[in-house]
Design a protein around this ligand. Structure first.
Ligand SMILES: Nc1ncnc2c1ncn2[C@@H]1O[C@H](COP(=O)(O)OP(=O)(O)OP(=O)(O)O)[C@@H](O)[C@H]1O
Ligand SMILES: [Mg+2]
Length: 271
């Protein structure tokens, strides 16, 4: 049975969808079968970031309503055959989501895939609650700023009170990704340090991702940054994917790295 991971944040725009696309590919490159499900109804960003928007015919609501089978609705990645994607419905009407139908969808997915990753919408309302409902694990994505940490704390509170696992007396595993770290701003104290963030959230660190200008272009082109071998953010996503697959990979303190510096050093070695 596969592991169901909800990627959540509370605050919008911190990098959840970007993380889902990159981790999905990273896990697929680790040789594991992975399905990504877009729970952000009415937005549909994940298909674009994966470069699959033209291939979507059926979405999750078609599957839940029995109008299409999972096999018909899942879209295969163009770059790795282990990765599949299920699109969100275009409707913004959250009432199309019903717990019993979501449970069936997720149970069917976890039979086929080793990892099922759910991309949560912004906020902590209806769509968010459905995303966390049947998750085994949550990845909480934050930016190193107070508003993001505060909203993540609220999201964790809801996770710990409303998910099915907790209702069953079990625990949902929680991991933290700190995204968009700008070393120079951490050093001048303008951005929160990782240690400040742990103190508030107190959950296990899965990885740190630096701010990377290349991410926007990569997303626009439908080629997630993990496919770029010259990107520090791409490398960070590779390490996180390996950790999720059970590999022991040390956490790199991206706060003390300077993009330029490290690539110059690497280039120097091969001169
Ligand atoms: N490490 C990064 N460096 C630079 N830009 C980033 C990084 N991570 C994400 N972004 C950019 O931040 C913006 C928001 O990212 P994304 O859409 O993944 O966030 P989200 O949490 O899914 O948003 P929403 O809550 O609206 O669904 C995008 O323009 C994305 O390209
Ligand atoms: Mg998103």
């Amino acid at each position: 049975m596969g592991e169901v991971i909800a990627v959540i944040s509370g605050k919008g725009g911190v990098g959840k969808t970007t993380a889902v696309a990159n981790l999905g590919l990273g896990i697929a490159f680790e040789g594991k079968k992975c399905a990504l499900v877009d729970f952000d109804l009415g937005q549909r960003n994940l298909d674009m970031i994966l470069g699959l928007e033209n291939r979507v015919v059926y979405d999750m609501v078609h599957v839940m309503d029995g109008e299409a089978s999972l096999k018909q609705a899942l879209v295969k990645s163009k770059v790795n055959e282990n990765l599949f994607f299920l699109a969100a419905s275009q409707t913004k009407d959250k009432s199309v989501l019903e717990s019993s139908k979501i449970k069936k969808l997720i149970d069917d997915l976890r039979k086929e895939y080793e990892f099922v990753i759910l991309d949560a919408p912004a906020g902590i309302e209806g769509g968010f609650e459905h995303t966390i409902e049947f998750a085994d694990t949550a990845i909480i994505v934050v930016n190193p700023e107070v508003s993001s940490i505060r909203d993540a704390d609220r999201a964790i509170g809801i996770l710990d009170s409303k998910s099915q696992k907790v209702k069953d007396g079990l625990e949902v595993k929680k991991y933290l990704i700190i995204n968009r770290i700008r070393p120079e701003m951490v050093q001048t104290g303008e951005m929160l340090k990782s240690s400040d963030i742990f103190e508030i959230l107190n959950i296990e660190l899965l990885g740190k991702i630096p701010e990377d200008k290349g991410i926007i272009d990569a997303s626009n082109r439908g080629n997630p940054i993990i496919l770029n071998n010259n990107s520090l953010a791409g490398e960070a996503y590779k390490r996180i994917s390996a950790r999720l697959c059970g590999k022991k990979v040390p956490i790199v303190n991206v706060e003390s790295l300077h993009g330029d510096g490290i690539f110059k050093k690497i280039a120097g070695i091969f001169k």
